[in-house]
Design a protein around this ligand. Structure first.
Ligand code: PRT
Ligand code: ZN
Length: 283
């Protein structure tokens, strides 16, 4: 039995559970439960605060965990980063009042910086040879400058909206973060085997994200042009149609490129285009 720690509530909870479900591990997502066993996979989910996840994984209380890279870097505990998961993207950034002039990290010399990420900040200040005072605050860091607690902040940013609404501007990004799967460095052979199966499934779930399956009829004479437009794992699948001079073409495309590809395909005479969701891609 392998244990995986995920955030009990908060920004990473839903997507962590959705990812487990995508790879066929269904757990009771009642958030009040501390530990739930998956009925169909040798895994149990431990729900906790994200701050505690690096610690339970490094101590071996939980073999695996899903947590923001920011927490892993901040805690600095020995865990293996097994896979980047592509959600919860954000950055740990320095921000200052928007009216202040900024001309490089020297700005922070002699300043007070409020943060919940003292270790990440300390490392950055040291690397840049800056002498600043760190005020550790655990919540609502963005109000510190207006409250007169600090001259600047070092906090998580995603859209940047919170900074703007607090009269701040982002001036340096220190760490880029996303949710990552972490593992205890000394897994048993059995645990490693379960992890390998999870990784195999995760690769497929991650690859299939944002993908669409495209089918269309295309004049045979335009096939070469269509093949150039359509990417595919090897090459698009082409099948003859009963109607002479036509064929059916199938391919997988990124959702981001979908409309662009459809326009190009229409321009060369594609007809009857179908767009389907992709559930799994096993490369
Ligand atoms: O209770 P627990 O300790 O588990 O939760 P928490 O309150 O510490 O964390 P939570 O749920 O807020 O965030 C969990 C993780 O989500 C973080 O550790 C990051 O890895 C990731 N993440 C991604 C973010 C953001 N994006 C984010 N935007 N965490 C916090 N924010 C904050 C940001 O600091 C700002 O205050 O959200 C606010 C909105 O951000 P903007 O820039 O979009 O306005
Ligand atoms: Zn937290």
């Amino acid at each position: 039995m392998l244990r995986i720690a995920i955030q009990s509530k908060g920004r990473l909870n839903e997507e962590s559970l959705a990812l487990l479900s995508d790879i066929g591990i269904s757990v009771d997502d009642s958030k009040r439960k501390f530990l739930s066993k998956a009925p169909n996979f040798p895994i149990e989910v431990l729900y906790m605060r994200d701050d505690d996840i690096p610690q339970v994984v490094s101590s071996g209380t939980s073999a695996l965990g899903i947590v923001g890279l920011n927490e892993v870097e901040e805690k600095g505990l020995p865990v293996n980063i097994v896979k980047k998961l592509g959600f919860g993207t954000c950055r740990v950034s320095l921000a200052i009042p928007k009216g202040e002039e900024y001309n490089g990290p020297e700005f922070f010399n002699g300043k007070r910086i409020a943060t919940s990420y003292p270790n990440i900040l300390k490392k950055y200040l040291k690397a840049n040879n800056i002498n600043a005072e760190i005020e550790i605050i655990t919540g609502s860091v963005e109000i510190a400058p207006a409250a007169g607690i600090a001259d600047a902040i070092c906090d998580l940013v995603s859209s940047g909206g919170t900074l703007v609404s607090n009269g701040l501007k982002e001036v340096e990004s220190i760490v880029y973060s996303e949710a990552v799967l972490i593992a205890n460095p000394s897994l048993t052979a059995d645990q490693q085997e379960t992890l390998n199966e999870m990784l195999f499934r995760l690769d497929s779930a991650i690859v299939s994200r944002g993908k669409k399956y495209l089918l269309m009829n295309i004049p045979q004479s335009k096939m070469d042009e269509a093949i150039k437009i359509l990417p595919a794992m090897r090459s698009p699948t082409v099948m003859p149609l009963a109607a002479e001079g036509w064929c059916s073409m199938h391919s997988v495309v990124d959702e981001d490129d979908l409309w662009d590809k459809i326009r190009q395909l229409k321009n060369i005479g594609a007809e009857g285009i179908l767009v389907l969701n992709v559930d799994k891609i096993i490369p």
